[in-house]
Unconditional design. Structure first.
Length: 315
């Protein structure tokens, strides 16, 4: 396979995902969808269609393949490393009041939507099932670590662990993983009509979620120069994915496992980071800028990353 064919093959994976994001931007500009639609659709995805997608992908999976404990442990350790490195850099380079927002923007990826969409496009059902288990791990870590770092730099705020644990316990994505595991482990099958109906419902998830991401982006806000937002975005989309993926390769991960880890490491900043910053009285505009910049950068950085990994023969 020559370089052109390899590049076209890479675009076949990433373009469908980011085309939906840019479609969301276009539909919002045309006035065909509005904030109310985005709010309703996002709630539907988070509370119903995405949990259904995760549940079905897990009960269809070969648990011996999807439940990859070494990969899950490495992903957890790498997430902690990304968090620590971002915080250390922020202590030396970022103004005190903006450090928490910088760190959260740099390490908290949109694995549940963009990561899963790319994993499904690249690895099919394996990407969905193994990726769903990684999402279960990272949701717990993202919520806990984000509250810790934001509370550290917001006057009058403290890490409310009771609230954190409650939000984790009732998170629909985590519940879907927990509920699905017994079905998978015991090989419990559901009636075919249930599976078919579930597949119809779950198929709404990725295009609807990606369109909503595009519709919430404020391209005009990016024009407001923000060195902190750009620094956090470069850390999220370039520095941390390269370091983490190289560490995974050195640790012995390769092929589908390395590719899946890269896609999750390279996912743009999660929209939930804006919600958390706003709830804790931080600089919500900075958080929004980081989300917008990383999402737009992702179409280029993830495509380049997959192309480079395939060129090296690592995935």
């Amino acid at each position: 396979m020559n370089l052109l064919e390899l590049f076209v093959q890479t675009l076949d994976i990433t373009l469908p995902v980011f085309a939906m994001v840019f479609l969301g931007i276009g539909l919002k500009r045309l006035g065909w969808i509005d904030r109310q639609f985005v709010a309703t659709a996002s709630a539907l995805v988070f509370k119903a269609t995405l949990p259904t997608l995760i549940f079905l992908s897990l009960i269809k999976a070969d648990i011996g393949v999807a439940l990859d404990i070494p990969m899950m442990l490495f992903f957890a350790i790498a997430t902690l490393g990304q968090f620590a490195l971002s915080w250390l850099w922020a202590c030396y380079r970022i103004p005190y009041a903006e450090r928490g927002i910088y760190v959260q923007g740099a390490f908290r990826g949109n694995c549940g939507v963009v990561g899963l969409a790319l994993a499904a496009g690249m690895y099919g059902n394996y990407g969905l099932s193994a990726g769903s288990l990684l999402v279960g791990v990272v949701i717990v870590m993202y919520n806990a670590l984000s509250v810790v770092v934001l509370a550290s730099y917001q006057p009058g705020q403290a890490a409310n662990w009771k609230s954190i644990l409650k939000h984790i316990a009732v998170n629909p994505l985590i519940i879907s993983v927990v509920v699905a595991l017994p079905f998978t482990a015991l090989s419990i099958s559901l009636p075919s009509w249930v599976m078919t109906s579930g597949d119809y419902f779950a198929s709404l998830t990725l295009p609807l979620a990606l369109i909503c991401i595009g519709a919430t982006l404020s391209v005009s806000s990016i024009r407001d120069k923000s060195d902190v937002a750009m620094s956090s975005s470069l850390m999220k989309m370039a520095v941390l994915p390269v370091l983490s993926t190289a560490a995974a390769w050195l640790a012995g991960f390769e092929g589908e496992r390395l590719g899946l880890l890269f896609l999750f490491f390279a996912s743009p900043t999660a929209a939930a980071s804006f919600v958390m910053v706003k709830a804790m009285g931080g600089n919500a505009a900075l958080a929004a800028n980081i989300i917008a910049i990383t999402t737009l950068m992702a179409s280029i950085s993830i495509t380049a990353g997959i192309f480079a990994l395939r060129l090296l023969g690592w995935v």
